[in-house]
Design a protein around this ligand. Structure first.
Ligand code: NAP
Ligand code: G4F
Length: 344
């Protein structure tokens, strides 16, 4: 039985990865932050199967202790302040957690169990102002947010520890991946949650920022499988994980509304643009400039050819299926909420 340690286990990816590793019969340890109210986040449903350790990415002693307790064979570093917009509001804590935090966990591995295998959650945000389309492992980086800059440090320190200490340390350069467990501040979940509420008549409209930015969106369940595959190879390396398809935020909006039978028609331009329900002429989408970012990543499109070839990784959940699953999930959550409020 192998031991795995997951930082960020309560998050979207952490939860799918924990399920995946439990199925493979790993003993799973997960790092949790102390909160005033105990909250297992996305692993509430499997909390009895996980060995939790209280620790924080900014507290190196707690990470050394976590390595001592878990004696992990594989360490997946998924913990991060992962919301790009917040990284302008909290640039220093983002750097501490997403940048220096990576050195903290690498040091804990080096001190306690240098033969452990390490996965770092790198990101397509590091490509930022993209230098070529599509992006591959060889594309130069140009981050556009404090988050992207912090993650780039994490990426390079992982490579550096691999080369300096011969650690088995990999970075997965993952493009956007979403799911029914995505946080509601991210654009996809914000859209699917709003679509469900508008459909049920409990929300008038959805407010968004830049609808023309393009993202390469996959499903988290496919992406955690790639993380595991990276740690099963003969040699540690870095891989782009993406779908090789890109869509605008606008396309995501259109598809999500279409799934509940609403056809959106666009009127006017710029910050005055609105999306109307074609059959009722009611406004369902508006622009709110507060959701624009100080610097935008206009287009992400990843080429996963190396992962396809060397890891045998292929994505199984299509874009249409991703949107469908997210909308269906939010529709049933909203229906339950309405039932409960009617009973009350
Ligand atoms: P997520 O849902 O936001 O989860 C982040 C996790 O990190 C949560 O469990 C959170 O704990 C934990 N965390 C935050 N600060 C911490 C700290 N100081 N110490 C310990 N734990 C801390 O993110 P995700 O979407 O699953 O992403 C997983 C990783 O992949 C992140 O590193 C993200 O930056 C990276 N990534 C994500 C994507 C994507 O599209 N999803 C793409 C590329 C890379 P709490 O529950 O206590 O908040
Ligand atoms: O959903 P988002 O907030 O994700 P973003 O910024 O692409 O970051 C995500 O993917 C990265 C990988 O590339 C991860 F590293 C990172 O941790 C995170 O998971 O925004 C997507 C796009 C942006 O262009 C944003 O400007 O949607 C645009 N957008 C337009 N209106 C909006 C909104 N984003 C949000 N969150 N909220 C809006 O109202």
């Amino acid at each position: 039985m192998k031991n795995a340690l997951i930082t960020g286990i309560t998050g979207q990816d952490g939860s799918y990865l924990a399920e995946f590793l439990l199925e493979k019969k790993y003993r799973v340890y997960g790092i949790m932050r102390r909160k005033s109210v105990v909250d297992y986040g996305n692993v509430e449903h499997i909390k009895d199967k996980i060995n939790f350790i209280y620790a924080d990415m900014t507290d190196s002693v707690s990470l050394i202790t976590a390595m001592k307790i878990s004696q992990a064979d594989e360490v997946y570093n998924l913990a991060a302040q992962s919301f790009v917009a917040t990284s302008w509001e909290q640039p220093l804590s983002t750097a501490d957690i997403d940048g220096i935090g990576v050195t903290n966990i690498l040091e804990a591995i080096r001190i306690i169990k240098p033969n452990a295998r390490f996965y770092q959650a790198s990101t397509s945000e590091m490509f930022g102002l993209v230098q070529e389309i599509p992006q591959t492992e060889k594309t130069p980086f140009y981050p556009r947010s404090p988050y992207g800059v912090a993650k780039l440090y994490g990426h390079w320190i992982t490579k550096n520890y691999r080369e300096s200490y011969n650690l088995y340390a990999c970075s997965g350069i993952l493009f956007n991946h979403e799911s029914e467990r995505r946080g509601k501040e991210f654009v996809t979940r914000k859209i699917t949650d709003a679509v469900a509420r508008i459909k049920h008549g409990i929300l008038n409209h959805l407010e968004l920022g830049n609808m023309d930015s393009k993202r390469d969106w996959g499903h988290s369940k496919d992406y955690v499988r790639a993380m595991w595959l990276m740690l099963q190879q003969d040699k540690a390396d870095d891989y782009v994980i993406a779908t090789n398809e890109t869509r605008t935020v606008r396309e995501f909006v259109e598809m999500a509304f279409k799934h509940v039978g609403i056809e959106v028609e666009w009127h006017r331009k710029g910050i005055d643009e609105v999306g109307k329900d074609k059959s009722t002429n009611k406004i369902v989408v508006k622009i709110n400039p507060k959701f624009f970012r100080p610097a935008e990543v206009e287009i992400l499109l990843g080429n996963p050819a190396k992962a396809n070839k060397e890891l045998g990784w292929i994505r199984e959940i299509s874009f249409a299926e991703l949107v469908k699953r997210m909308v269906d999930n939010d529709m049933s959550i909203v229906e339950k909420e309405i039932k409960i409020s009617n009973i009350k």
